[in-house]
Design a protein around this ligand. Sequence first.
Ligand code: C2E
Ligand code: MG
Ligand code: MG
Ligand code: MG
Length: 280
Amino acid sequence: EAAASRPSHVAFVSEQTGKDAQWQLSLHAALDHAIAHDQIYLEYQPQRDLATWEIIGAEALVRWRHPERGEISPAEFIPQVEKAGRLLPLTAHILRSAARAIGSHPAPDRRIAVNISASLISKPDFVEFVCSSVADGGAPFSAITLEITETTRIPDVAAAATNLSKLRERGFAVSLDDFGTGEANLSLLVDLPCDELKIDRSFVRLAQDNDRARMIIAAVAQTASHSNLRLVAEGIETTAELEILRSLGCSIGQGYLLGRPKEFGAMQEQFASGKSLYRN
Ligand code: C2E
Ligand code: MG
Ligand code: MG
Ligand code: MG
């Protein structure tokens, strides 16, 4: 690459050993550059009906393919982007990209789930932010599920609840991610309006050998069914896990056994065919 075409954050990218401070300092410029050059993109992991195996939705997972650092995991860079105060523009880009993917390949009754950090959802302009990002991408609001991830505590739960119910009125679905871990606890389920719960993969893993984990999953499945919530088990890797989750009353699954995250085109045809996810 010619020196003249190098972006201004070259000092950061040359520091392979990953000094956190340096990464932070130039993250702002690096992120803008990466978005502009398609180094930040989405992969989609299918969600299947555990009875019929049909693809009934997908979760969008952000990827950063850095020219010098290689693939950086979202678990690593999302918290840093958050600390650097750049989560809103990144999330806008992610919402637009997901909306563009499903908007250009409409699949009635199927949704793309987009991860939204809990720190954003109580902001006063969150509703307009989400609506305009998705409209920019060209998808109907009813094509998107907002998957609330637990990285941080929600700053203002009452404001978050108001925002989420406005978004549901406009057609979005709301899912509580990583249910059973970290900040994603029972009180959130009481306080936040939602359409779906995702059982964290740590529970899926435990279900095999642990009686209490199984009882908790069964209780959550009952609660979900009584409250008209969809229940998704994430991180299913083995047929044994699949069978246990099924027997405990979980009807939707996601995980390497059901499909790895991949580019939208690789899943699009199956995604567009078959029966509806939303039967209620
Ligand atoms: P998550 O939302 O719970 O996403 C599921 C993670 O589990 C993904 O990792 C996925 O690739 C991985 N996974 C799926 N199936 C299996 C399986 O069978 N076994 C195992 N061991 N792992 C499986 P990924 O893509 O590295 O994402 C990690 C986390 O980063 C996500 O957890 C989410 O909290 C966050 N994240 C990802 N994309 C976004 C995004 O666009 N925005 C925000 N705010 N956070 C994101
Ligand atoms: Mg998620
Ligand atoms: Mg999850
Ligand atoms: Mg998780």
